[in-house]
Design a protein around this ligand. Sequence first.
Ligand SMILES: Cc1cc2nc3c(=O)[nH]c(=O)nc-3n(C[C@H](O)[C@H](O)[C@H](O)COP(=O)(O)OP(=O)(O)OC[C@H]3O[C@@H](n4cnc5c(N)ncnc54)[C@H](O)[C@@H]3O)c2cc1C
Length: 523
Amino acid sequence: MSANQSEYDYVVIGAGAAGSIVAGETAAAGYRVLLLEAGLEVSPDNNDVWDPTRWNEVLKDPAFEIGFESTKQAHLDNRILQLLQSKGLGGCQIHNAMVYVRGGRSTYDHWANELGCAGWSYQELVPFFQQIETTVGISPPPASAFGDALIAAFGRVGLPFNPGYNEGPTEYGSVPFQFTVDAEGPRRTTSYQKYIAARSLPTLTVQPGCFVRRLILGRGVPIVEYTNAEGEIVAVQPVGEVVLAAGAIASPAILLRSGVGNAQALEKLGIATQCDLPAVGQNFYDDLGVGVIVGPNNIPMDAQRYGYIGVGAFATASGEAPQPVPGYGEVNIEIQISTSSLPGALEPKPPFPPLSYVLIGSSSLHLKSRGTVTLATADPAAKPVVDPGWLSDPEDWNRVLAALGLVYRIASDTELAAAGGWHPLPFMPVNPKFPLFPIEIAEAWIRLTGLTVQHYVGSCAMGTDVKTSVVDPTTLSVHGVPGLRVIDASVAPTPVTGNTAGVSMLIGAKGASLLLGKGGKRG
Ligand SMILES: Cc1cc2nc3c(=O)[nH]c(=O)nc-3n(C[C@H](O)[C@H](O)[C@H](O)COP(=O)(O)OP(=O)(O)OC[C@H]3O[C@@H](n4cnc5c(N)ncnc54)[C@H](O)[C@@H]3O)c2cc1C
């Protein structure tokens, strides 16, 4: 195995939401960039990927799935949950639900003002969001009668209509979701498609089917050791830097395999410590989802065009309206609704009978529980051990119960039920007399059905304290490791208000500008 030392300025690992922007922008500036991606290219004819109505079908395709899973979750009936993570040119944007959420201005102001992340205030980030929105393409689905009925129902539970949840001062209220979809087609968009495939980038080399095993450190710029598409173990060493953009589960795992992490833990695995950085893999976070289904329905089959019905909501666990510009974490529930009208929608499992249904789902946002990404073995081929730690902080129980309560009120709304032609199902914990439903049943329902909403962040958090963070906010360089940056969802130091493709692309765009800031355009 020999390392090629001169061919590339940068090696970017992972062609997902963030890595595609880093590779595309640095190559557009004239740098010689190698983009290594574990998964394969997506054929332009693969309708399961590109047709937004076929979201359920692409989710089932093993060709695009890495297959991570959680450890047994003590507070969710000891269940092991699948942690979906797509692989391929496009990363999780190949199979995500396409909802586009910036993440809340208070989130970014919290990072800048309270967590010492200089340069990450919302106002400073707006130009990056605008660049992403123009480049990737954002569109609302067409209006529908069911969407209108939902807006009215959200109003009846106290959530005002808020058409500008991304650009406006608050996310709070019922919202017409924006989606990363080209309205023409319509066709799913990804940052890989728009920042790379749609451009002429002669200095970019894209190598799909390449699994990065580890980095070899201590010999100048990191050497990237990977298994190539032919199954050979090879290595490459750029002249500039290595950018890790493998996502919030794989990026910390690659760092740990490379000897960057808690020295004691690495020693136990027989991995030589290159940099004792205890925060690697700590602070892992995912929102928790819980919902109810109602049915049968007579919703027109064209009601759901994309991953979710086009109307959703952002709410507060307290039930109170937040300030006009909400404080950090104040808006902490997201409601997303889907129906069995989408091809390939999940069938309820026995003992539930097959039926058409509406799933009213909530994501509890800004929870306190934190988890970990660790290794069980030094073997680079082994999957990391992921413990999201859902509900490990007892305070989160009330928050998730409040989210279930809100879902339950919407499900019990008689006017909405009349509009959708549904009734609350007898086997669901829906009691029209909310909030007097028995708390034990609600808790048991959460333990039995609570699930990941795949909003993984935080495991390589940015910050200035080397004991509690992994990368420097002003560069996204790994503390104490020359020539190495992490630029993906893992560097978000806290959860954001909502889905995470937006913040991941933001980190990609801002990270690319930080990387280019050093040299600007290549001469
Ligand atoms: C089922 C699902 C639905 C979702 N729905 C939404 C939604 O509607 N809206 C939203 O905003 N967000 C959604 N998300 C989340 C969002 O897509 C992710 O937060 C975002 O894509 C993360 O971006 P990233 O760049 O950090 O990583 P990713 O986009 O996950 O990209 C990481 C890339 O690194 C590659 N990689 C990993 N390990 C290696 C290795 N060892 N060597 C080489 N390459 C490697 C992977 O194959 C992958 O392509 C969803 C996620 C899932 C799984």
